[in-house]
Design a protein around this ligand. Structure first.
Ligand SMILES: [Zn+2]
Length: 667
């Protein structure tokens, strides 16, 4: 065993690690790890770079929170794995590799529940015996396994079922009908032993709060707010340290107010301050932007408690996005739902295309393509929202793989248009319409007192994602898109049909993201609802939405008979979802999702999986972000450099070293 296998500072100058860096899993099919570039950072004014650096450190400081939220043992296991495989002591190569491999999955998913499916995964090659053997060697050689008052044996047996037993706490977030969704979910928002009734019994003040977890004290649910002095207090303190350093560099009053309210929110745990932060944040239209907070609700089975995410980005130009943002009210008027649920006024949304520098917690290494925030519906109604799309994330792909996919999965008559329009025209438009026109649209019925999120409950997130997707598909045929230069008038029919095909067929090619035959994740449920509602004609007799899944030569394909009828189906489903959202109709929404969105046909899925296997398509993309390094002068940051020299391992070990650190210039 020589030291050069160990991750550490790279020797001399090496080539930048961008594009595909490594593959994980059998045949490399689980994950494609890509090095993400952030072109244009170097040209930013020095003050913007320094501002970015502080926000970057604030994002990184919160990353451990996501492990802690995902499972009560996740952060501990991550620390143990890192200490073992980086231990320079002699140990069998395959043992060290098996621990290292599991650690990579841990970094990518922030624990051992899949980021997309919320179900547990096991180590690929690490066994009980190899873990124990490696841990013993590491411990004997001084590795810090955080044993505490336990023996190694006690620690390993306490963690054993969490790591090795797939039947133990299999679901991170169990939203199955009829289940006690709190008691049967492994997510660490609720201590073991607590039930849904225990949470409801605390009253709406606690049950509707986004920044709280519940301890089990002698069978009683005791709320613990996410705040300095409360849950994740040390992490939040470090975040606040860097946010305070960032404040003097803010580009506008709104941005400064957003930062100040965020610090106060973390100090007090008072959600009102996060709401105030969100309003200032959504109004700040600046070159450097950031996310930092408890934002998305996907892993909470109740859909209320939010998990940490952070990012930093800088604006890039995009005229199409601006023109869409100028026309939100135009599209709102043309929505296929009753006028009383249409917004009469919409402030022009802040819509931006950015290059992201770093994403932490829920936002990375597995990155969304875009976001539309805040999630508070009343703030969206009264103040609007901010839409941000990640250009460098969206652009990172393998073209070679794309061509092979089109060849394999699309009927011959669709292939040329997929190649021509899918990447440059359809995909960006889908994302822009989803984010800019979709999420911000519609309004609740005046009689609805609760936020639609609370009223709809467990299927709220899927409903909202589905609604935004449908809005993108629905408006794809609107003449306004020609007017604003999305494509030429003579191309519209072709683009519309290609968009319908690629949405439905494209989703089927992602069936490998589903565990078994059950669809759980919100966006995936949204895709599945659209596909099945359309091909099953909304479950009605004598209705035809003009789209089928056909079998040809042992392979399943989406076939469109009549794009105009498809649009009728899209409009019908969209109208239904909006009425459910506006009126808070939880039972109907749950029925619809249980009926169309929760299951995939085994023969379709098996067929997709078989064909995907032949192409070696990775199931997931994960990013290694650029590293920012401050250039110090007289104890102050004089400039900030950006580099792409790290691989996944080097990056995450550095994040570990930075935990709670407020040092600058030494990372
Ligand atoms: Zn969305």
């Amino acid at each position: 065993m020589t030291n050069d296998r160990l991750p550490g500072p790279s020797k001399a100058v090496s080539l930048p690690k961008t594009g595909e860096i490594e593959r994980l899993g059998p045949s490399g099919r689980d994950v494609m790890v890509l090095g993400l570039e952030a072109p244009g950072f170097e040209e930013l004014p020095t003050d913007s770079k320094i501002f970015s650096y502080y926000l970057y450190r604030a994002a990184i400081a919160g990353d451990p929170i996501m492990y802690m939220q995902n499972h009560r043992h996740a952060f501990e296991i991550k620390q143990m794995l890192e200490a073992i495989f980086t231990c320079p002591a002699e140990m069998p190569e395959d043992v060290r590799d098996s621990v290292h491999d599991y650690a990579k999955y841990f970094w990518i998913h922030h624990g051992n529940y899949h980021h997309g499916t919320h179900t547990k995964f096991l180590p690929n090659t690490m066994t009980r015996e190899s873990l124990r053997g490696a841990a013993e060697i590491a411990l004997a050689n001084g590795a810090d396994l955080k044993i505490g008052s336990e023996t190694l044996d006690e620690k390993l047996s306490r963690l054993d079922r969490t790591i090795f037993d797939i039947d133990y706490e299999t679901l991170q977030s169990n939203q199955a009908k009829g289940a006690d969704i709190v008691a049967t979910s492994a997510v660490n928002f609720y201590d073991p032993g607590l039930t849904h009734d225990d949470i409801n019994a605390l009253g709406s003040e606690w049950a509707n709060k986004i920044n709280v977890r519940f301890k089990n004290e002698n069978g009683k649910a005791v709320p613990e707010s996410f705040m300095i002095g409360g849950a994740y207090g040390c992490e939040l303190e470090t975040i606040c340290h860097f946010l305070r350093l960032a404040i003097p560099h803010a580009e506008s009053d709104d941005q400064r107010n957003a930062l100040e309210s965020l610090v106060e929110f973390y100090e007090t745990g008072d959600e009102k301050l996060f709401r105030r932060h969100s309003i200032h944040w959504l109004k700040s239209d600046t070159t450097i932007d950031f996310l930092n907070g408890f934002i998305e609700h996907y892993i909470d089975p109740r859909g209320v408690i939010a998990n940490f995410e952070g990012n930093v980005s800088f604006a890039s130009s995009a005229t199409l996005v601006d023109r869409l943002a100028d026309n939100v009210l135009y599209f709102e008027k043309k929505m296929p739902w009753p006028d009383k649920y249409k917004r009469k006024q919409i402030e022009r949304p802040v819509a931006k295309v950015v290059n992201v520098i770093v994403e932490s917690g829920d936002a990375g290494p597995v990155s969304p393509a875009a976001y539309n925030l805040p999630n508070y519906n009343d703030i969206r109604r009264d103040h609007g929202s901010k839409n941000v799309m990640f250009l460098n994330v969206e652009n990172s792909r393998s073209m070679e793989l794309f061509k092979k996919m089109v060849e394999e999965f699309y009927l011959p008559e669709y292939r040329e248009n997929q190649l021509k329009y899918r990447i440059d025209v359809i995909r960006p438009l889908e994302v822009y319409l989803h984010e800019i026109i979709g999420h911000g649209s519609g309004q609740p019925d005046r009689s609805l007192e609760a936020d639609p999120r609370t009223a709809i409950g467990r299927v709220y997130s899927p409903l909202e994602e589905c609604r935004a997707d449908l809005i993108a598909l629905y408006h794809m045929s609107d003449p306004k898109l020609v007017e604003i230069g999305a494509f030429e008038a003579h191309e519209q029919q072709t683009v519309v049909e290609a968009a319908y095909v690629s949405y439905t067929q494209g989703w089927m090619t992602m069936y490998d993201r589903i565990d078994g035959y059950q669809v759980r994740e919100a966006h995936n449920q949204g895709h599945q609802l659209i596909l099945m509602y359309l091909v099953e004609n909304g479950g009605a007799l004598h209705v035809d939405f003009g789209i089928r899944v056909i079998e040809q030569g042992g392979r399943f394909f989406v076939k469109i008979d009549d794009p105009a009828k498809v649009r009728v189906g899209i409009g019908e489903l969209l109208g239904k979802l909006q009425v459910m959202k506006s009126t808070g109709d939880a039972p109907r929404a749950a029925d619809l999702f249980d009926r169309f969105a929760s299951h995939v046909k085994p023969e379709w899925k098996d067929n997709m999986i078989e064909r995907l296997a032949g192409l070696n398509v990775p199931r997931l993309k994960a990013f290694v972000f650029p590293r920012l390094t401050p250039v110090m002068k007289n104890g102050k940051i004089a400039d900030v450099q950006i580099s792409n020299q790290e691989d996944l391992t080097a990056q995450h070990l550095r994040l570990s070293r930075l935990r709670h650190s407020t040092d600058i210039g030494k990372d």
